[in-house]
Design a binder for this molecule. Structure first.
Ligand code: FPP
Length: 246
C-alpha cells in the first residue's frame, strides 16, 4: 500500500462536540441551554473551515446511543436541529456549503427528515465546504450497513465475495466519496472515539482538548491545526519511507 501524501493541513476534520451539558451545569442551567450554546460553536467551526479552505467537516450531533438520554433532552435536541435547519441553511448555501446527513435517518420524525432532505438537495451543488452532520449515527452501525449492502450486491451476483477486500468494501461506507478523516477532534476532556467514524478514522490524528464544546472558537481550532501540523504521519511506513512519499 502506498502511503497517502502527508500534508500540514487536514482536508477532512471530524469533531465529537462534547461538553454542552457540563457547560450548562456550571451555569446552573438545563442541559438544553448548553446544546443551544453549542450551536454557536458549530457556526464558528464552519466559518473556521471555510476560512482555512478545509474541504470537509463531519460533526457528531447525535449518536445512536443518545436516544437513551432523558426524553426532555432528546426532544430539545430535535427541536434545536429543526430550528437550526430552518434558520441556518440559506446562509450556509450562500457561503457554498454542501450539507449532508449521515446515520440511520429513518428513526427521525417525518418533519425533520423532510428538512434534512431539503437542505441536502438545496446545497448539493456547493463545493466550498462539505458539512456532514452525523445524526443517529454509530461507527458500528456504519460497518453493519456497509456489510449488508455488500452482501446484497453479492447475493445479486454483482460482487464476487472472494474478491471482497478493503477497496471493494470501502464504497459502501458513509462518506465514501470523501478523503478519510485526517484530524479527529474531541472536546470536553474525554479521550475516546465513542463509536464515531470507525472505518474512516483508521489513520486519523487524534486531538483531545479539555475545552467544552460551547467555548470552542477559532483559537481552539487553530491550536488543533497547529498540533496536526507537528504530527509525523507515517501510515505504517518507516520515517524515511514516509518522508519520501510525502
Ligand atoms: C455532547 O455534549 C453533545 C451532544 C450530544 C449534542 C451536540 C449538539 C449540538 C452541538 C447542537 C447543535 C448542533 C447542530 C448540528 C445544529 P454532552 O451533552 O454529552 O455534554 P456533557 O458531556 O457535558 O454532558
Amino acid at each position: 500500500m502506498t502511503a497517502p501524501p502527508t500534508a500540514s493541513k487536514p482536508t477532512h476534520i471530524a469533531i465529537v462536540m462534547d461538553g454542552n451539558g457540563r457547560w450548562a451545569g456550571r451555569r446552573h442551567r438545563p442541559r438544553s441551554f448548553g446544546h443551544r450554546a453549542g450551536q454557536k460553536a458549530v457556526r464558528a467551526a464552519i466559518e473556521f473551515c471555510l476560512r482555512q479552505g478545509i474541504g470537509a467537516l463531519t460533526l457528531f450531533a447525535f449518536s445512536s446511543e443518545n436516544w437513551k438520554r432523558p426524553e426532555e433532552e432528546v426532544g430539545a435536541l430535535m427541536q434545536l436541529f429543526l430550528r437550526a435547519l430552518e434558520k441556518e441553511v440559506d446562509e450556509l448555501h450562500e457561503h457554498g456549503v454542501r450539507i449532508d446527513f449521515i446515520g440511520d435517518l429513518a428513526a427521525f420524525a417525518p418533519e425533520l427528515r423532510t428538512r434534512m432532505a431539503e437542505s441536502a438537495a438545496k446545497t448539493a451543488a456547493n463545493a466550498a465546504l462539505r458539512l456532514n452532520i452525523a445524526v443517529n449515527y454509530g461507527g458500528r452501525w456504519d460497518i453493519v450497513q456497509a456489510a449488508r449492502r455488500a452482501a446484497v450486491e453479492a447475493a445479486a451476483g454483482r460482487l464476487d465475495p472472494e474478491r471482497l477486500d478493503e477497496a471493494a468494501l470501502a464504497p459502501f461506507f458513509c462518506l465514501a466519496d470523501l478523503p478519510p478523516v485526517d484530524l479527529f477532534i474531541r472536546t470536553g476532556g474525554e479521550q475516546r472515539i465513542s463509536n464515531f467514524l470507525l472505518w474512516q478514522t483508521a489513520y486519523s490524528e487524534l486531538y483531545f482538548t479539555d475545552v467544552l464544546w460551547p467555548d470552542v472558537d477559532a483559537g481552539v481550532l487553530e491550536q488543533a491545526l497547529d498540533a496536526f501540523a507537528r504530527r509525523d504521519r507515517r501510515f505504517g511506513q518507516t520515517p524515511s519511507q514516509a518522508r519520501r512519499a510525502g
